[in-house]
Ligand binder design. Structure first.
Ligand code: ATP
Length: 223
């Protein structure tokens, strides 16, 4: 008897996406199961952030469909439930400088109707000694660690990570790799757009094609 594979948690079925009246993503097909990771790479402007925005529901596919548990995420009833599965990390960190480091995580927990994980998450990310400092005191890498602590505290199953390792030192990158691996062990799904190498075991990878031939730069002209 043939083995019946489970339906993917998320399925991108021939998906295209336009931005500014131009097709940025063209006919993408991806099946994502619980515990999987997809790493998106490609040149500047190739569409990595657009891909994540589309998964987050900020941009709609111009063709094809994105299915979650077999349902189109753009249907209003489905989207309300689907968006509660998502945890988004981007270069805009939404950190409130006047609040303490701890409050910056607990505030998100409160919005989520959760509590109790903020301190442990900050400790894991190496910010334990800074919990009572104002967030404006943090360096760039420490701000990124705070964002990652939020992911852990809020604890939603689907992570959409846009350049998560930017500004992290080597130890920070190892921690990032560790929390991604742990999240996947619990059945979580991780999408990562990155220019920097991140070690993610058995990850699927999608390299988006460059959209335009590279223009001549000043260096070419001097040559
Ligand atoms: N706010 C916007 N409005 C309209 N078009 C946009 C906007 N942001 C980006 N685009 C277009 O979408 C294309 C893809 O951009 P996107 O940010 O997805 O690329 P990326 O692969 O994430 O790039 P990078 O490596 O620079 O972060 C860009 O070429 C740009 O023309």
């Amino acid at each position: 008897m043939p083995i019946k594979l489970p339906h993917p948690r998320i399925l991108l079925n021939n998906v295209s996406c336009m931005r500014n009246a131009q097709t940025v993503l063209r006919k993408i097909n991806v099946s994502v199961h619980d515990g999987s990771a997809l790493v998106l790479t490609g040149a500047n402007g190739s569409g990595k952030t657009t891909f994540l925005r589309m998964l987050a529901g900020f941009s709609r596919p111009s063709a094809g469909e994105i299915l979650w548990n077999g349902h189109d995420i753009t249907s209003p009833g489905v989207f309300q439930q689907y968006k509660l599965q998502l945890n988004w990390l981007s270069l805009k960190d939404a950190i409130k400088d006047k609040l303490t480091v701890l409050d910056n995580v607990q505030w998100f927990e409160v919005l989520e109707g959760k509590c109790g994980k903020a301190k442990g998450a900050l400790e894991l990310m190496g910010l334990g000694r800074l919990v009572n400092e104002k967030a404006r005191m943090l360096s760039m890498g420490q701000r990124k660690r705070l964002q990652l602590a939020r992911l852990l505290a809020i604890d939603r199953p689907i992570w959409l990570l846009d350049e998560p390792s930017v500004a992290l030192d080597d130890e920070g990158v190892r921690l990032l790799e560790y929390i991604i691996a742990e999240h996947r062990k619990q059945g979580g799904i991780v999408f990562v757009a990155t220019h920097l190498p991140i070690e993610i075991e058995d990850a699927m990878s999608l390299r988006l094609p460059q959209r335009f031939p590279r223009r001549k730069t000043m260096v070419d002209l001097l040559d």
